[in-house]
Design a protein around this ligand. Structure first.
Ligand code: PHE
Length: 446
């Protein structure tokens, strides 16, 4: 595709809103707090920050470079930028697109849960009737067909947005939703910090307990950084391919990673003070948001309002991320098979909805259908997070660090200073692949 007729984001704000929209999602507000809760709070945060800085940002830059230098999706980018005889690199690109659609299939299910919880909050049902069995309530809901319905609703919203295209769909929606997200975040944070006992929560989040740092902290922190920054599967390559030619890649990657990390920390500042103030368990795991928080909202003054604000926040965050995942598949279909956008959207969303339904049913009717002891949902989550994402991230860093010619990389990374460009290439060549390899092997054998 020629540079001229490639759709582009139109403003600097649009670039940041779309990329931050992709990065900020369930990974920050749902996953980060429970990972931190299970791995020693502040200690996890510290290791996570290091991973973002030394591994996350360079790989984000690499994906932006791939996208803008080629003006293609990751499959096309690897095909286009690989030297003669390096056509097999596009297999890595294909793996990226595939993992994007698989992630979307289970991610949409969790995002669908937030739709239900928002609906229940707004109608007052979630907080009505005092303390009750949140665990059973959550299990009942996820085991039924209602969550299939919400998954389909969520994917349909995605379909409508990506159908409208890069500027009118993705950029426009991100421009509206991201500022709203930040307003809701501030409201929730102020409310949490005013709770009696909030300090205990902050202490848990910010004071590192080094006794909790072991190899599993490092591995989870790196996995968290990757998932949260949306790297390793070509989503950011596609967004990079829509960057105007004067977008500063290193600066955008740093702003994006900075805001993404900030939102994760702020989510911790919302959740942990409330958890401690109401005497709950911070290491509750994935149920933290859907089981522990509703209990807390029930006891809070104005609980119905706060739970509505919280689940709206979670919905917005996950929606902008699913949009970026949808576009990963759509861009591939448009370029690879020369499809019209409408056909590409129908194909991608059809594929994802099909698998999404299986994932949604994994907690009920299909709970007994297992592969290697995992449900369809569990399998998709495991294969993408533990195998495809790290492998994809490693491929991207090796590809941009070693294979793409230095002049192209330097040109894309400028106007960053020579020192910064050299450091990024160094990290991409040595540090990122080795660190990811360590995670990969450990995940497989652990
Ligand atoms: N970064 C998103 C989140 O934190 C998830 C995501 C992963 C989105 C990969 C796009 C690609 O929720």
């Amino acid at each position: 595709m020629k540079e001229d007729n490639r759709p582009k984001f139109t403003t600097k704000f649009g670039v940041i809103a779309a990329t931050v929209g992709s990065a900020v999602g369930l990974g920050n507000i749902w996953r980060f707090p429970y990972e931190a809760g299970m791995h020693g709070g502040g200690a996890f945060l510290l290791v996570n920050l290091l991973c973002v800085l030394l591994i996350g940002i360079p790989v984000v830059c690499a994906e932006f470079v791939l996208g803008r230098a080629s003006r293609r999706n990751i499959f096309g980018a690897m095909d286009y930028l690989a030297p003669k005889g390096g056509k097999w690199w596009r297999i890595a690109g294909f793996l990226g697109v595939l993992s994007g659609t698989l992630i979307l299939s289970f991610y949409a299910v969790v995002a669908g849960w937030t739709l239900e919880y928002l609906f229940q909050s707004l109608s007052g049902n979630l907080t009505a009737g005092g303390v009750r069995e949140s665990h059973a309530e959550f299990n009942n809901f996820t085991a039924g067909w209602r969550c299939v319905f919400w998954t389909i609703v969520l994917l349909s919203i995605n379909g409508v947005v990506v159908l409208r295209g890069v500027k009118k769909g993705i950029e426009n929606v991100s421009n509206w939703l991201m500022p709203l997200l930040f307003v809701l975040l501030v409201m929730m944070t102020v409310n949490s910090l005013l709770l009696p006992g909030a300090m205990d929560g902050l202490r848990f989040l910010f004071i590192p307990d080094m006794a909790h740092v072991d190899s599993s902290t490092f591995l989870s922190a790196l996995g968290q950084a990757f998932f949260s920054l949306s790297v390793g599967l070509g989503t950011l390559t596609v967004y990079g391919s829509y960057f105007p030619s004067d977008t500063k890649i290193v600066k955008s990657a740093s702003i994006m990673a900075g805001l993404d990390t900030l939102v994760a920390i702020v989510a911790g500042m919302i959740i942990f003070p409330a958890v401690f103030a109401f005497g709950k368990e911070p290491a509750a795991g994935p149920q933290l948001v859907f089981e522990v928080l509703p209990d807390i909202f029930r006891q809070m003054t104005g609980g119905a309002i706060w739970s509505s604000v919280f689940f709206l926040l979670l919905l917005i965050a996950s929606l902008t991320s699913t949009i970026s995942l949808s576009e990963t598949g759509v861009a591939f279909c448009i370029e690879r098979w020369h499809l019209k956008r409408s056909k590409a959207v129908a194909l991608t969303m059809g594929f994802v909805t099909f698998f999404g339904i299986f994932c949604a049913l994994s907690f009920g009717p299909l709970a007994h259908v297992t592969f290697f002891g995992m449900t369809v949902f569990g399998l998709f989550d495991y294969v993408t997070s533990n195998i495809f994402l790290p492998l994809g991230g490693m491929m991207v860093s090796i590809f941009v660090g070693w294979i793409v010619d230095r002049v192209t990389v330097d040109k894309q990374l400028s106007p960053a200073s020579k020192y910064v460009r050299k450091s990024i290439v160094f990290l991409l060549r040595y540090v990122c692949p080795l660190a990811i390899l360590a995670v990969f092997i450990n995940n497989l054998i652990g």
